[in-house]
Ligand binder design. Sequence first.
Ligand SMILES: [Zn+2]
Length: 411
Amino acid sequence: MRKALLSLALLSTLLTAQTLAQKTGGERALRAKARTLAQQFIIVDTHVDVPYRMRMKWEDISGRTADGNFDYVRAKEGGLNAPFMSIYIPAEYEKRGGAKALADTLIDMVERFERTWPETFAIARSPADVTRQFKKGLISLCMGMENGSPIERDLKNVQHFYDRGIRYITLTHALDNHISDSSYDTTRVSRGLSFFGRSVVAEMNRVGIMVDVSHVSDAAFYEVMNVSKAPVIASHSSCRSFTPGFERNMSDDMIKLLAARGGAIMINFGSSFLTAEYRNREDEGQKEVMAYLKARNLNFSDPEAQAYIEQYRKDHPITMADVSDVANHIDHVVKLVGIDHVGLGSDFDGVGDSLPTGLKDVSHYPNLIFELLKRGYSESDIRKVCGDNLLRVWSTIEQRARELRSQSAHE
Ligand SMILES: [Zn+2]
C-alpha cells in the first residue's frame, strides 16, 4: 500500500513535470511562430520619433545603436518594415514662428537617411512603395507630420508637404494651433476646428494626406468626422476606457465612429497611455516635482532640478505597463468594432523610458504577436493588426483623393 502511494506520488510529480514541459514547449513553439510571422507580414508602425532624436544626436542607425528604440538591425530583428518617421514640430513653434522651416529641415534629414544608407532605407510615398520595398528587403521610411503648425495659414502648404512626402498630418500637438484645439490645452480657442482648419481637412482629402486625430480635442475630433470626405486615422492613441478622463486617448464612442467611417486607431505603447495606475502615479509624481521646483524657484533644466528629479524617480519607481496591456487595448478595439480598424503606433523614441516590459524597442514586435497568438488571434487577423489595416486605409484615402480631384475637374 505504502509502495503504491509512493509510486502514485511519483507519477503525479512526473505528470506535472510533463505538463509543464508541454506548456513551455508549446510556448516556445508559439514564440518561434510569432518570430516567423513578424518576418512574413508587413509591419507598419505609424509613429516613430527618429528624426527628432537624430536632430539631438546624429547616429549611424544603419547599424545597432546603443541609444534609442530604433535602428536598422533591431528593426530587422523585430520584422518592422514601414515606420512612419515623425516630423515633429513642438507646439511652441506656432507662436515663435519657423514651423515650416523646421518641418522642411526634418524632411531633409529623412532624405539624408535614404541617401546615406541606400542599402537599408528607402522613403515610401504610397502603400505600393511599401509593398515593393518590402520585397526588396528595404525598410520603408514613410513620413507623417506631427502638428499642423507648418501649414502657416497657407493652404498651398498642404500640397507642398504632400510633394515632400508627408502622408499624414496630426492636426495639432500639445497646444491649440491655427487649425485645431488640442486635448492637452485648456484654452480651446476654436471649440474644435478653426474655420481655416476645416479647409485644411478638405485640402488634405483632396491631395491625399491622411488626417490624423491623435492629440486633438474631442470637439475637434467630431468636427473632423463631419468635415472629412475620407477615412481618418489616429496615428498614436490608445483606448480611453483604460485611462478614464485622459482626453488624449479615444473614447469608445469615438473609436466606433472612426471605424464606421473606415478609419483606424493605431495603439500607442507608452505606459501612461495604457494603464490608469501608471498615469495616476505619474501625475502624482509630476505634481510633487513641480511643487518642489516652484518652492525653490528652479527651472526644469537647472542641474539642481535635474538631480532632484533623478533622485525622485529612483525613490518612487512606477510599475511599467506590459506587452499584454497593449494586447488588451487591441482586444478592446476588436470587441468594439472588429479586427479591421486597429494597428500599431508605438511612439518609439518619443515616450522616453515609459515603454512597457516586453516592448522596449523595434526588435520586440514578435512579443506582441506572441500575445495575440496566445489569445487565439488567427494569422490573417494578426496580419491586419501588424500593417494591412493601415495600408488598406491609406489606399482608400489615395483613391478618395483621386475621386475628389476628378469630381472638381468636372465641376
Ligand atoms: Zn505625439
